[in-house]
Design a binder for this molecule. Structure first.
Ligand code: GLC
Length: 563
């Protein structure tokens, strides 16, 4: 593993940017926050059933505190049949027994706050589970049930209604419509589901839907959460009349505006949610999962009276390529400036191939690849990419396990897979399980310390040396690189602040930019480059050597300099 210079850690204040960190007292804490995504089923298993849970997360909060993040975002843990790993919610106010209880959630929130960590929870407003009371009643009560108006039920096309009402595809493959059976046993109307058939889309034109979600937000705000990550924030409003799209494959990014995504009507919903958030003390926030065609359209979600942040999927989808990275950084910052929102940066999450694997092969893989690639190369670039990301102004999102340099597990046996898109033809590539394999905590033990009872997805042989235990205290480890980087970011007030970077001259494929008191140099090429001195070396993702006035930056390496 490559060496880096370890910087001393402060470890005393949970606030970045030099502010004080008492939940509720720091205005704008989120503007430069580093937010760590916990995927509860794969983080830590407290009760030994092979599935991660809330008690497991709670036990590991000190680890997150020591890592140096500001906040934790928890993927869904609500009552759910788990048709889409919890993104199919049957009861938005209840905890699924496999994850714990409401008191366990309260204890987690309280402990996190005690450590100075904020807590963000997922809210899933585009669709419910087919097991949600409203949808069950809609099916049981049959055509004419008022409950059907809360979803999108339509008669089919064709003589006998045997064809879907329109040509919309599901993101997971196949048509976005499923036909119902009427209570008398005959084929009935169809209902819309942009994702799995077990995830019927709500009709957001119905006032009861809007009222219910404001109430759900208040339920969790009353329990003390600091904010929400809004699932499929771009999907809630559908174009009037549900017009055909005229064929074509659905992509998450790079689509023209679709009649079911990024419709202007969604913004009215978020303006009303902002009022709910602002009625609470303590700077509560919301971040949109909005896959939009351009960063300029993403900026609409974070206008001053809407949400606080939106994920930057254009950044996540960019290859390890100097000019492309510079361009996406510039366009992202430029898009956010007019609306006054912080840019956000993300490299990995539970829906995409981990960046240590995306960067392990030729450029241009987008968000998914099935190829393991060159692991050494992938890790070297991933470490460099992380230091680049953490030097940018705005807020950064980390996904559990990236601090260990985990690769995607590309060779999971088909019988182990659970991603619903794997089972549906022609959809997303269906390989999201590869980034969801449970975390290795210790060298030994059946599931590397994930829990006492195995793990719901098999972990690869050889993960012992990637475990938290193996990496802790090793100055060359990726875990210690993240700890050092987050500590520097915390000490260096200029790092996450502001809304621009100053680009300095650099050889081809090399990015050099200045921030207040700080310079970041990134070599995205496969050969070492000689660059001038840029101050005092703070931290590097690989072995930087200084030769008098010059510095040799190895291939695929980022270095941070204090000036
Ligand atoms: C979001 C989630 C993803 C889920 C989908 C449907 O994209 O991140 O995991 O499958 O929405 O809820």
């Amino acid at each position: 593993m490559t060496q880096h210079l370890a910087a001393p850690r402060t470890g005393t204040t949970a606030a970045s940017g030099g502010h004080t960190e008492t939940p509720g007292h720091r205005t704008g804490w989120w503007q430069d926050a580093v937010i760590y995504q916990v995927y509860p089923r794969s983080f830590a298993d407290g009760n030994g059933d092979g599935m991660g849970d809330l008690d497991g997360v709670r036990d590991r909060l000190p680890y997150l505190k020591e890592l140096g993040v500001d906040a934790v975002w928890l993927s869904p843990f609500y009552a759910s049949p788990q048709a889409d790993a919890g993104y199919d919610v049957a009861d938005y106010r209840a905890i699924d027994p496999m994850f714990g209880t409401l008191p366990a959630a309260q204890a987690l929130i309280a402990d996190a706050h005690g450590l100075g960590l904020r807590v963000i929870v997922d809210v899933v407003p585009n669709h419910s589970s087919e097991q949600h009371t409203w949808f069950r009643r809609a099916i049981e009560e049959g055509p004419g049930s008022p409950m059907r108006e809360r979803y999108h039920f339509r008669p089919g096309k064709g003589d006998g209604g045997e064809l879907p009402p329109n040509d919309w595809p599901s993101v997971f493959g196949g048509p976005a419509w499923t036909r119902t059976t009427d209570p008398d046993g005959t084929p009935g109307d169809w209902y819309l589901h942009l994702f799995a058939p077990e995830q019927p889309d709500f009709n957001w034109e119905h006032p009861a839907v809007a009222e219910e979600f404001r109430s759900i937000l208040r339920f969790w705000l009353d329990l003390g959460v600091d904010g929400f990550r809004i699932d499929v924030a771009h999907g809630l409003v559908k174009a009037p009349g549900l017009p055909d799209i005229g064929g074509g494959k659905l992509r998450l990014l790079g689509n023209d505006i679709m009649p079911f995504f990024d419709q202007d009507g969604v913004h009215e919903i978020y303006r009303s949610w902002r009022q709910v958030l602002d009625a609470y003390a303590g700077d509560r926030i919301a971040v949109a999962e909005a896959w939009t065609p351009t960063v300029e359209r993403t900026a609409h979600y974070v206008r001053p009276d809407e949400l606080h942040q939106a994920f930057n999927f254009q950044y996540l989808s960019t290859s390890w390529d100097g000019p492309a990275l510079r361009e996406v950084i510039e366009t992202s910052l430029a898009a956010m400036r007019p609306v006054g929102a912080p840019a956000t940066w993300v490299l990995s999450n539970h829906d995409v191939t981990r960046h240590a694997t995306r960067f392990a092969g030729p450029p241009g893989v987008g968000t998914q690849t099935r190829e393991a690639g060159d692991r050494v190369l992938g890790l070297r670039r991933a470490r460099a990419a992380t230091l680049l990301m953490l030097a940018l102004p705005g807020s950064a999102y980390l996904y559990q396990g990236e601090e260990l340099g985990l690769p995607d597990v590309t060779d999971l046996p088909d019988e182990a897979r659970q991603d619903p898109s794997f089972f549906r033809a022609d959809g997303q590539d269906g390989f999201r399980d590869g980034c969801r394999v449970p975390i290795p905590w210790t060298r030994a033990g059946e599931s590397y310390g994930f829990g006492a009872g195995g793990s719901w997805l098999p972990q690869p042989a050889g993960w012992a040396e990637l475990s938290v235990e193996a990496q802790t205290g090793d100055p060359g480890s990726t875990l210690e690189l993240y700890r050092s980087a987050l500590a520097v970011r915390r000490r260096q007030p200029g790092l996450g602040a502001g809304s621009s970077v100053e680009w300095l001259d650099a050889p081809e494929g090399v990015l050099v930019f200045a921030r207040p008191g700080f310079v970041c140099t990134v070599n995205t090429t496969g050969t070492a480059v000689r660059i001038g001195a840029h101050g005092r070396l703070l931290l590097a993702s690989g072995p930087v050597t200084e030769n008098g006035a010059d510095t040799d930056l190895p291939p695929d390496t980022t270095a941070w300099w204090a000036v």
